[in-house]
Design a protein. Structure first.
Length: 240
């Protein structure tokens, strides 16, 4: 749900760019300028510019900004190594760290008045989920080749006809669970904040929900990261 005034829409209007009145406009230009897309570009721009501006000079004795990034990146790397092993963490770190930081910032930006979380749109969360889903099976084929089919057949040969459709459905259900979980939680946060700002924004009523929104934003980014790690590690390990 968008806030009543979106800063990006005001900027686009001043630049003479198309500003759609809904989530999706009529033409390709309107679709690229829709709120969930423009805030996606904004989050991507922030993730590119902030490290550039704060890490211009890497020092032997780090300052506050360098300490922050070293702690964040080191923590993510250790978290991945604990859950998928050193080899898998080194290989998948660029993708998973990018997802974690993007989703975290995208969730949090909607807490600012005049902004919205791009992850409150199902198209964004579904796109992230499809990348994770396809990568999972690419890893399975890379590590096991044709033998990757064993992951879908179960541990007992005579149960194979039953286990194969069950495993197939469970893998396809990951697309729904991973995308809708993130979308639903962030959409609920956006909707509740929008209602409270309109009804009692002048009386600090939204403050408790803003605090809860910070917690939800962090938790949902961690859940997406953890489930992605589990899917990747499951595809890379041998079938039992």
């Amino acid at each position: 749900m968008e806030h009543p005034i979106l800063f990006i829409s005001l900027i686009l209007e001043k630049l003479g760019a198309p500003v759609p009145h809904g989530l999706v406009g009529d033409g390709w230009a309107e679709k690229l300028s829709s709120p969930h897309m423009t805030y996606t570009w904004l989050v991507m721009l922030l993730l590119i510019l902030l490290p550039k501006l704060t890490l211009r000079h890497i020092e032997l004795i780090p300052g506050k900004a360098q300490n922050f990034w070293e702690t964040l990146i080191g923590g993510l790397e250790s978290f991945m190594a604990e859950n998928m092993g050193e080899e898998g963490a080194r290989m998948m770190f660029p993708m998973l760290a990018t997802f974690a930081l993007y989703i975290l910032v995208a969730n949090m930006i909607g807490l600012l008045p005049g902004c919205m979380s791009p992850t409150s749109n199902l198209n964004i969360t579904l796109g992230c989920t499809l990348v994770v889903f396809v990568t999972t099976h690419i890893l399975g084929l890379r590590f096991h080749g044709v033998a990757y089919i064993k992951h879908f057949l179960g541990p007992i040969p005579w149960l194979m006809p039953l286990m194969f459709p069950i495993e197939l459905i469970s893998h396809l259900a990951r697309i729904l669970s991973l995308s809708i979980r993130l979308f639903g939680n962030i959409m609920a946060k956006e909707t509740l904040l929008g209602i409270l700002f309109m009804l009692a924004g002048a009386y600090f009523a939204p403050l408790p929900i803003l605090c809860l929104g910070v917690f939800v934003s962090i938790v949902q980014a961690l859940v997406f990261l953890l489930l992605s790690i589990l899917y990747f590690s499951g595809a890379m390990e041998h079938a039992h």
